[in-house]
Design a protein around this ligand. Sequence first.
Ligand code: PXL
Length: 276
Amino acid sequence: MNYKRVLTIQDISCVGQCSLTVALPILSACGVETCVLPSAVLSTHTAGFSGFTFRDLSEDMPSVLAHWQKENIHFDAVYTGYLGSLNQIDYVLDIYNKTKTDTAFLIVDPAMADNGKLYPIFDMEYVNTMKRLCAKADYLLPNITEACFLTDTPYQTEYDRAYIDTLLHKLTRLGCKNVILTGVSYREGTTGVAVYENGEYACYEHPMLPNSCHGTGDIYASAFVGAFLRGNTTFQSAKIAAEYTMECIRVTGNLDNHWYGAAFEPAIPKLLELLS
Ligand code: PXL
């Protein structure tokens, strides 16, 4: 049986359907043993709520790692999302280097920006430090805004294939091996994912839905990691994650006033269908 163990490092936003509250159920549904390391605990996510609490858990990371080393604990993959503090980037790299199996992957979602803007609490110092983590990624999953920040490229809402190629090349020049770039839309009414693996480009295009939701980047990355660890190819995993994310957006569009996240739970049967 292909039963893999992943460690995911990202925040717990207690309310808001993002980061760990999304990654843990989705990875588990994919049949992957999911270990978690919370990077911070927030009362809610930071996009649209005001007055949220924020407890940085960086300080705990070295002793957590020391304990795992003592217990000889290893992971087949480490998947990082929203980190929330500059101090953590070196700890996260250290955790990956000391807990990886011989065939492990580092998968990085540089969750820090969308729609041309950084999320609240982040600045260019965070972006520049994040570049060091992205450089080590076997699979990097940015959206276009994050790709622009990471490569010092002006953000554009309209672009052609040459612009996307430049972003992909600049990202691999940072050091990461493969890129799955989300939100790539060359034509009105469609969007998709550009998969750049071993220097080869492929794109999975699908219809653009009329509504959008917060947290879909986390849903996408978690479903990608889950599908990939089950043994699907990169392109198949990118496609499964895109189809599942679309289903989550569709379900959310049928709800009244569900503004802070995507209703990913009722769409889990669709994920299982896509995986089967
Ligand atoms: O979905 C990304 C994310 C994760 N965690 C926190 C966030 C956001 C996006 O705003 O605020 C705390």
